[in-house]
Design a protein around this ligand. Structure first.
Ligand code: ATP
Ligand code: MG
Length: 566
């Protein structure tokens, strides 16, 4: 059957492509199975959102946009021990920052505790669930394996009346944690392990941040999730691939309660897996609580709060998520791919500036001691309307330590004794002398400038290959620069025996830098490219007169270099 290209309105993502989920939704709309596209993003408020969530948010809100539907934000708050209202607020903030809005449709699984309890009673009455008195260890021991069937609970044959009575008494708070659970009665021999009489409710003796101590029992994920989707009229419930073998349970719950059609459908896709980091709130929480990072927004973290603090614009994250696309193939995405998306975004928007990360003093011998002048520098070569600014020049400058070598190899085009180099936007200078300390360290370099070369070009047309950056020592502002590397040394930290041992010891380097004065007064988060050094932004740790700069990303793909590809 030919597909109606108009079915479902805009079925293309903003890249103009279409993926298997969009195909599926188009077909559901065309067949009449789906009348309205309703998706949801269901975070648990037990930590800050990370870039994996961003991928989910971009997908779910993107589907709602493309199919004229809506996307709900639903907090999956069924585990009071781990959750807090602060994370509800900060996660909402993260989603808004990323550029998405759930409008009227903000919900909590805890809104439905009453209805979920009624559904559980109904399941018991229908003979589909029973109260089990085994301990969690005993239940685990009877679960069986992929090759061995599980062992049925001795309480499996309990009558509906007895189970209902016990469940009501669980709800009334008569029993302590772990004494009893509610389980589905499905099949202990099922080849699908989650279908082996899974737990639906457990007793938890912890107050909930929204419902207080009203509920001594809490629904488990599969029960709460499928039914919350149904209650909200979700049409497509999109989750990551590890939920594939829980889809039969998702469907079973809706079927066992004979809920009206159309029912929500679970669709799995390959979530984001980013090399050298971990995308799980529970694991990230260990780093925060253990003090391995300075907080959820430590710029080395993969959280949205951290990426924001580091200077990564939300548009770059959206671009990256859309580029990764929606598939069912599990694969690890390299950091270089993320950084490339960030670079192309910042390249268009970042104001350029001069700054020096590891300073070496350069004295221009033939420039008068008490003079200075202002030179024109381009604000953004990608944006002609951004204009130029004045950069002060004087006799004593800071240059990058790496830009000078006393004994350079053949292809070194920067500064070395006797060599001529261009100071960006300023003059051609020739190195005349090297000053060393007692230990033989180069502490100062001297040069002479050619006054005929103002702006950087020689009137006689002589070729000077190297161009280096600099700041005027007298005018520059001292800044702390924070340079970041990946948080974990190995590509897949979770495969390591000890996650903490895999932390990269050089994930943060601090240097004493010098920058052009205006950098100190930039807006927080405003992207600035320090020429040749990378994209930076002011960190909130900055104080008046003491800027702290985060390097958002380097200019070149340093990963390609490591892998020996360029
Ligand atoms: P936890 O470690 O606490 O389970 P989590 O990082 O897995 O945290 P959840 O709150 O369980 O986060 O997930 C919320 C939603 O985000 C779920 O729909 C989940 O499928 C989705 N999600 C989580 N991680 C990723 C990822 N890496 N890529 C895409 N989607 C993800
Ligand atoms: Mg999870």
């Amino acid at each position: 059957m030919a597909e109606d290209p108009k079915a479902g309105g805009g079925a293309e993502d903003s890249e103009g492509g279409t993926d298997f989920i969009r195909h599926r939704i188009k077909a559901d709309l065309a067949s009449g199975h789906t009348r309205e596209v309703v998706t949801r993003f269901p975070p648990e408020p037990n930590g800050r959102l990370h870039i994996g969530h961003a991928m989910n948010i971009v997908l779910n809100f993107g589907l709602a946009r493309d199919f004229d539907g809506r996307c709900h934000l639903r907090f999956d708050d069924t585990n009071p021990a781990a959750e807090s209202p602060e994370f509800v607020i900060s996660q909402q903030d993260d989603i808004r920052w990323l550029g998405f809005d759930w409008g009227e449709h903000g919900y909590f699984a805890s809104d439905y505790f009453g209805r979920l309890y009624e559904y559980a009673c109904e399941l018991i009455r229908r003979g589909h669930a029973f109260v089990c008195d085994l301990s969690s260890e005993e239940i685990e021991a009877r679960r069986g394996t992929l090759t061995q069937p599980g062992v049925e609970s001795p309480y499996r044959g309990r009558s509906a009346e007895e189970s209902l009575d016990l469940f009501q008494r669980m709800r009334a708070g008569e029993f302590g944690p772990g004494a009893r659970v509610l389980r589905a009665r499905i099949d202990m021999a099922s080849p699908v392990l989650p279908n082996r009489d899974p737990l639906l409710y457990r007793i938890v003796d912890v107050p909930h941040h929204r419902t207080g101590s009203e509920w001594p029992i809490y629904p488990l994920y599969d029960f709460a999730h499928s039914l919350s989707d149904a209650i909200e009229g979700v049409s497509h419930s999109i989750c990551t691939m590890e939920f594939v073998d829980r889809r039969p349970l998702y469907d079973w719950i809706l079927e066992a309660l004979d809920l009206p059609q159309p029912r929500p459908q679970q669709i799995e896709f390959a979530g984001l897996d980013l090399a050298h980091t971990v995308l799980s709130k529970r694991k990230l929480r260990l780093l925060v609580e253990g003090g391995q990072v300075s907080g959820w927004d430590d710029p080395r973290m993969p959280t949205l709060a951290a990426l924001r603090r580091r200077g990564i614009p939300p548009s770059a994250i959206r671009r990256f998520c859309e580029e990764i696309g929606v598939t069912r193939n599990l694969s690890t995405t390299q950091m270089s791919r993320f950084e490339a998306a960030v670079r192309s975004d910042l390249n268009e928007s970042a104001q350029r500036a001069l700054g020096v990360l590891r300073p070496l003093r350069l004295v221009v011998e033939n420039y008068p001691e008490d003079e200075s002048e202002e030179l024109d520098a381009i604000n953004n070569p990608q944006d002609p309307t951004a204009g130029t600014r004045k950069v002060p020049f004087s006799r004593e400058l800071w240059i990058e330590r790496d830009d000078f070598l006393e004994d350079p190899p053949k292809k070194f085009h920067r500064l070395s004794p006797g060599k001529e180099v261009r100071l960006r936007y300023a003059y051609l200078v020739t190195c005349t002398e090297v000053v060393k300390d007692d230990a033989g360290e180069v502490v100062e370099v001297h040069c002479r400038y050619d006054p005929e070369t103002r702006g950087g070009d020689a009137p006689d047309g002589r070729k000077v290959r190297g161009t280096i950056h600099w700041v005027s020592a007298r005018h520059a502002v001292a800044a702390e620069a924070r340079l970041y590397d990946v948080l974990f040394s190995s590509e897949d930290p979770l495969s390591q025996p000890d996650l903490m041992q895999d932390l990269n010891p050089s994930s943060l380097e601090r240097t004493e830098a010098w920058v052009e004065p205006f950098v100190a007064t930039a807006e927080p988060g405003q992207p600035i490219q320090l020429e040749r050094l990378g994209y930076f932004c002011l960190d909130p740790d900055s104080t008046p007169g003491r800027p702290v700069l985060n390097r958002t990303v380097t200019l070149r793909d340093s990963w390609a270099k490591i892998a020996g590809r360029s």
